[in-house]
Design a protein around this ligand. Structure first.
Ligand code: KG4
Ligand code: ZN
Length: 329
């Protein structure tokens, strides 16, 4: 079954053609970093306009890369939410128009769950697994029973981790998106230089909170001279506090939920320091395999939408044409 995946939930427009849920035949991603870097974050109205501009040429390029035509597509899968509502509606309208015109079935995919499926489409993962999503918009722990059955265990009470990276980057005068810039700068700093800490939520040991950590960094950046050395120490100490908290909460969740594997996904998973820490603190110490997506599938992409859409169609069939977009999960 050949599935066309459509992703437009934030600032990436992406199409992919994926066979049987895992074989990527073609994959195109149009990023908008140039557009939003001026603002230090995503400017929703501009994101929507860019999605509209690139949508049709990008679809043509994707079909050309696979050497296929629209008639070869068996299923249209689209990111339904969560995300920016205007941006989601553009992808959803495109998906509905294609499904209607071509008389093909349509499915709507949860974008956050698709981030976890990204690592599952590239690896054979024993289930049940614990899922950890670390993206620009979401920080969530999930119990994965199957690709089409994921249960939310906990999430952030305030900022998502990627969002905290982007905001700390603005405090350090680094360009958008901040994650890769913080990672680079942190390599030259001492992770123990500043005693930053992520938040803990009373009676909710698996929930996350990063707004206090962000405020720690803000006050520190106002107090110390922002020399290149201090900026590197701040970046390294922020990263250390954030990733220690992620590892601690994953370890706690693994104690509570007996699973066979850990699956991670989302843009922050492109970070090599995080990958190394998960490997040493979780995989080796707790003897549990951890699966990350390849770098291209960490960020928002159409392949994970096509891949998960395949499984949703197998388990529940096609969605109706009044399928709505949703901004929040
Ligand atoms: O998953 P994603 O593409 O978008 C959402 O669904 O939100 O994630 C984008 C986020 C941004 O906040 C970006 O700063 C962060 O992922 N990111 C990173 C790295 N690369 C991207 N964070 C930390 N280290 C990185 N290397
Ligand atoms: Zn995402």
């Amino acid at each position: 079954m050949i599935v066309l995946g459509i992703e437009s939930s934030c600032d990436e427009t992406s199409f992919a053609l994926v066979k049987d849920g895992h074989e990527i035949l073609a994959h195109k991603i149009a990023t908008q970093e140039d557009l939003h870097s001026l603002y230090g974050g995503v400017f929703p109205e501009l994101a929507c306009r860019r999605h509209i501009d690139v949508l049709i040429p990008l679809l043509d390029d994707t079909l050309k890369e696979a050497g296929l035509s629209l008639e070869d597509v068996d299923l249209i899968s689209v990111a339904q939410g969560p995300g920016l509502i205007g941006a989601l509606l553009i992808g959803l309208s495109c998906a509905k128009a294609l499904a209607l015109a071509l008389n093909k079935p349509l499915v709507g995919v949860n974008h956050v769950q698709a981030h976890l499926y990204a690592a599952m489409m590239e690896n054979t993962v024993s289930l049940p697994a614990l899922g950890m999503v670390l993206s620009g918009g979401h920080t969530q722990l999930m119990l994965i029973e199957s690709p089409s059955k994921m249960e939310l265990l906990s999430k952030t009470k305030d900022d998502a981790l990627g969002e905290a990276f982007d905001k700390v980057a603005v405090m350090l005068d680094l360009p958008y998106p901040g994650g890769p810039e913080i990672e680079k700068l942190a390599k030259q700093g001492d992770p123990k230089h500043f005693p930053f800490q992520a938040g803990q939520i009373k009676d909710e040991p698996l929930s996350f909170s990063f707004s206090g950590l962000k405020t720690n960094v803000l006050y520190c950046s106002q107090k110390v001279e922002l020399s290149p050395e201090n900026k590197a120490h701040i970046a390294a100490s922020f990263q250390e506090a954030a990733f220690s908290d992620i590892c601690n909460k994953i370890a706690l969740a693994l104690e509570k939920y007996p699973v066979s594997a850990l699956v991670l996904g989302g843009g922050v998973c492109a970070n090599q320091t995080l990958r190394a820490k998960i490997e040493s603190q979780i995989s080796q110490r707790l003897a549990i395999p951890a699966y990350f997506p390849s770098k291209k599938l960490c960020l928002d992409n159409g392949a994970m939408i096509a891949g998960l859409g395949y499984h949703l169609y197998q388990s529940s069939g096609a969605a109706p044409f009044d399928l709505p977009a949703f901004a929040r999960s």
